[in-house]
Design a protein around this ligand. Structure first.
Ligand SMILES: Nc1ncnc2c1ncn2[C@@H]1O[C@H](COP(=O)(O)OP(=O)(O)OP(=O)(O)O)[C@@H](O)[C@H]1O
Ligand SMILES: [Mg+2]
Length: 243
């Protein structure tokens, strides 16, 4: 049984069809990298999966629950999402940022939420910064707090939308290391990424979006070394030229 099932998904913004009949099943423990040009619909696809966008056609099921307006609370209990911007609460310490969602969403007692938060900050290698406020943390550290915060709700699926794109280059590695560890630990993940080296290493499957459709998908080596469609071949070329 796939943990995420997407069938004939259609999404429009006004007259523009942004997702055009997307079918995608993700198995438990699978890591799927989503690549494609700007505007191809990658973020919209992730946003539909956790119900941040309503859909115009088709059906999405996440952890056995159909994603629809009346099920969003339940969906978001199993589906976590991390964004390019970290969106931490500026007036709370790293520890409190990770503890708060558990207290609010899961009614976890405060002391237990804080203990969980400490353990999760350790897991993203930030124990020594637990009391720091976001403004005193580097971008890479803030993003790792955001990852810990998402993990605090014990998601069964984690959606990551270009979570390293806003970081200075020297901080990309520390965040990708954490993601790679989660992947190895069996977390189901859908990752929109421009880090092709990372996609090649960490993903079980790469999905190439083009003009709102899944144009091609397969194992990383197949996708990057032997693209079968012209749009993917062009995309891979364009990345090579960027270095
Ligand atoms: N809220 C919105 N209202 C109107 N159009 C939107 C909205 N969000 C996205 N779009 C349009 O939908 C299309 C797909 O956008 P999306 O953000 O999913 O692309 P993307 O593949 O994530 O691109 P990028 O790589 O630049 O992040 C684009 O044409 C975009 O302009
Ligand atoms: Mg995007």
């Amino acid at each position: 049984m796939p943990i995420v099932e997407i069938a004939s998904l259609t999404k429009r913004f006004g007259a523009t069809t942004v997702l055009d009949g997307v079918d995608l099943d993700v198995a438990e423990g699978e890591v799927v990298a989503i690549i494609g040009r700007s505007g191809s619909g990658k973020s919209t696809l992730l946003r539909c999966i956790n119900g941040l966008e309503s859909i115009d056609g088709g059906r999405i099921t996440a952890a056995g629950v159909e994603v629809k307006p009346s099920s969003l609370r339940e969906v978001r209990r199993s589906v976590g999402m991390i964004f390019q911007s970290f969106n931490l609460f500026p007036h709370l310490s790293a520890l409190e940022n990770v503890a708060l969602p558990q207290i609010v969403m899961n009614k976890t007692p405060k002391h237990k939420a804080r203990a969980n938060a400490a353990r999760l900050l350790d897991r993203v290698r930030l124990s020594e910064r637990a009391q720091a406020f976001p403004s005193k943390l580097s971008g890479g550290q803030q993003q790792r707090v955001a990852i810990a915060r998402a993990l605090a709700l014990e998601p069964r699926v984690l959606l990551c939308d270009e979570i390293t794109s806003a970081l200075d280059p020297e901080m990309v590695g520390e965040v990708l290391d954490v993601v790679a560890e989660l992947a190895k630990g069996g977390m189901t993940m859908l990752l929109v990424t421009h880090e092709m080296g990372f996609a090649r290493q960490a993903a079980d499957r790469v999905v190439f979006m083009h003009e709102g459709k899944i144009c091609e998908q397969g194992a990383p080596s197949q996708m990057f070394d032997r693209p079968a469609t012209a749009p993917l071949a062009q995309f891979v070329q364009s990345i090579r030229h960027k270095g």
